[in-house]
Design a protein around this ligand. Sequence first.
Ligand SMILES: Cc1ncc(COP(=O)(O)O)c(C=O)c1O
Length: 410
Amino acid sequence: MPDSTPSSAPAVPLLDLKAQYDRIRDEVEPAIRDVIESQMFILGRTVSDFESDIARYCDTDEAVGCASGSDAIMLALMGLGIGPGDEVICPSYTFFATGGYITRAGATPVFADIDPATYNLDPASVREVAGRCRNLKAIMPVHLYGRAADMDAMLAVGGELDVPIVEDAAQAIGSRDATGAPAGSRGAAGCFSFFPTKNLGGFGDGGMVTTNDHGLAERLRILRVHGGERRYYHQVIGVNSRLDALQAAVLRIKLKHLDRWTDERRDNARHYDQRFHRAGAVTSADDWVHADLPLATPAAPDAPARHIYNQYVIRVPAALRDGLRDHLRERNIGTEIYYPVPLHRQECFAYLGYEQGDLPATEAASRETVALPIYAELTREQLDHVAASIIAYVTEHSGATTGGHAGRTV
Ligand SMILES: Cc1ncc(COP(=O)(O)O)c(C=O)c1O
């Protein structure tokens, strides 16, 4: 497959939400109108019905809606009684909200390194970091990019240390771990985001906490409405964090399509995998730097695990990454870097005292990863254009990286 010229090739944005909307417009618009006619905008029946839908989908007893995935993290920690003086282990290679909202809950994030094959928390690093904690109260794995973290290992470490596992499942609705269990179903709580770019995305912000702990669900229902079960009587100091009915109405419709969209994303991922592997790439679980094509595709877990590809993230030598993105931009292909600065190197967390080199696998991933378009509506022609453009660039420039790129550091 030759590298298409810019003039003849299709544009491929990183994400095209309009293409998804066009498929469901006829269902969504009446649902929105119904909410407007009811004039019940905050919580209410539509939200509680959607909470039941999500509990069923995630195989949990309870689900409690809130205003965002970030708030879901904060509320779950508050509901578990975690706050000032407490420590929570989490990855540093993640979206800011993981560490930011542990901090918002008053606790201190303690960063552990990742497994470079999966980009998820490395259980050995979690154990090591836990040994240095004085007041560890929870472990928060992130199911990054839609691949479930190693929940068996996380639950085992949590059991040894007698702390709960709070799952940051913001990117992972419908993802399944090695046992086939849905993300958000095995920890003390699962925290979901319905930010528009998520596989199940609303028309604005939204979030949900899943749990099998009825007491926790009750506390969350109180915490999200200023800490009062009865209006104007407050047992605790809560927050204002509710899911609104317009979002719930949209999300209920979208949930019916979610598995089909996920299957389409998975097909797209397989298509990329085949194209890249045929050109000599390997997966992130292999020694990708020395592959015929120095490019790693995301290592796909075997069934019953299920990667839902909220992002399809490849890995290339750091010295090639910026040039590759420029090359793709010229060909109207959108990409993104998740996450160029890991949390332990963010200015706002300087007070925690981390230094460059503290989390080598995290830092290497921040230098070497690039997210490609993976949304359900992509055509084969678009996928081939992306793959061919990348293969052409990496093939042409890989010689230049010898000795110059960071390589696999762990
Ligand atoms: C890993 C992770 N955690 C937390 C969040 C926060 O979710 P939200 O944007 O809905 O607040 C996100 C979403 O962007 C995320 O990707």
